[in-house]
Write a protein that binds this ligand. Structure first.
Ligand code: ADP
Ligand code: F6P
Length: 319
């Protein structure tokens, strides 16, 4: 019996379950057996696998997290372990693996493809920091969660005439901050991609205060950091009471949005089609709202320009 493997790797993201379901159902539909590999590449090395039938992926499309568990596997950066994994794939009779994760996971998938196991990468991360694709599974849910949290924070910031700095995730990428900041009407959005001056932020706050603005929301990307220190400095220099909130892992959980479920379903189906044609060493991506695929190494070398246009619009309409 032909078999396809599926695993999730790196930080989890809402929609990973929808992708696992899509891969499983698409593969079964084409006559494959499906092997779920638990805890990313670790599970491949340790033999943590589970056979996935059609009903094993019932009732998961609406859940955050990943039913396959996930992990970061240091050993997999060494060729010796990639070869071990290749051996495990041969024992499991896998014709290929769908790897759902971020850049690091794709590097592992490229190595495993080179060792002779066709792999297809699916972009799964809340950060939207994968250059070859305009969208990553989990991004929309995380942004909506963060937006709802900032809306709640605004209630209390408004009641106390305060400045609230809200730090959102994104590792070194400011995509969540940019979109959430725009969506909540933040006074300032601080991201690693665009240099900013705290003097300018403070000057803007003071000008708006003169124009009767009494509370302020500033969205800070994790890659900028220092939210507590920035809040302290704003309070000292403006006299406006300031508080910092780091949203943290709340952004990684929860039921995936329509967009995440749909994109995960499309990408999962697309990945199985590639493997079924004997194609490996590819990453599935979204370009101009269409699902496409790229060579993994080529995908990893791409650059994604930050949306400075949106950044400028957001800035110009908040004062
Ligand atoms: P995250 O951004 O959440 O860490 P990634 O998908 O970027 O997710 O990385 C997941 C893990 O992939 C990394 O922590 C690393 O252990 C693993 N990995 C496997 N092979 C490689 C490789 N060749 N290069 C880098 N990381 C790899
Ligand atoms: O890559 C997703 C992400 O949530 C980043 O935004 C963040 O920097 C990181 O993972 C946090 O990782 P951990 O869950 O290991 O703390």
């Amino acid at each position: 019996m032909k078999r396809i493997g599926v695993l999730t790797s790196g930080g989890d993201a809402p929609g990973m379950n929808a992708a696992v379901r899509a891969v499983t159902r698409a593969a079964i539909g084409k006559g494959y057996e499906v092997i779920g590999i638990q805890r990313g590449y670790n599970g491949l090395l340790n033999g943590e696998t589970v056979k996935l039938g059609a009903r094993d992926v019932s009732n998961i499309i609406q859940h955050g997290g990943t039913m396959l568990y996930t992990a970061r596997c240091k050993e997999f950066k060494e060729w010796e372990y990639v070869l071990k994994a290749k051996q495990r794939c041969d024992e499991l009779n896998l014709v290929g693996i769908v790897v759902i994760g971020g850049d690091g996971s794709f590097r592992g998938a490229a190595d495993l493809s080179k060792a002779g196991v066709p792999c297809i990468g699916l972009p799964g991360t809340i950060d939207n920091d994968i250059s070859c694709t305009e969208y990553t599974i989990g991004y929309d849910t995380a942004m909506n969660t963060a937006m709802e949290m900032v809306d709640k924070i605004r209630d209390t910031a408004m009641s106390h005439d305060r400045c609230s700095l809200v730090e959102v995730m994104g590792r070194n990428a400011g995509w969540i901050a940019l979109n959430v900041g725009t969506a909540v009407g933040a006074m300032a959005i601080l991201t690693p991609e665009v240099p900013f001056s705290l003097d300018d932020v403070i000057a803007k706050m003071e000008a708006s205060k003169k124009d009767k603005k009494q509370h302020f929301i500033i969205v800070v990307s994790e890659g900028v950091g220092n939210s507590e220190a920035i809040a302290k400095e704003i309070q000292e220099r403006t006299g406006i009471e300031a508080r910092a909130t780091i949203l943290g892992h709340v952004q990684r959980g929860g039921s995936p949005t329509v967009r995440d479920r749909v994109v995960a379903s499309e990408m999962g189906y697309y990945a199985v089609n590639l493997l079924d044609q004997g194609i490996g060493n590819r990453v599935v991506a979204m370009r101009d709202s269409k699902i496409v695929d790229f060579d993994i190494k080529e995908a990893l070398s791409m650059k994604k320009p930050f949306d400075e246009n949106l950044y400028n619009i957001a800035n110009e309409i908040s004062f």
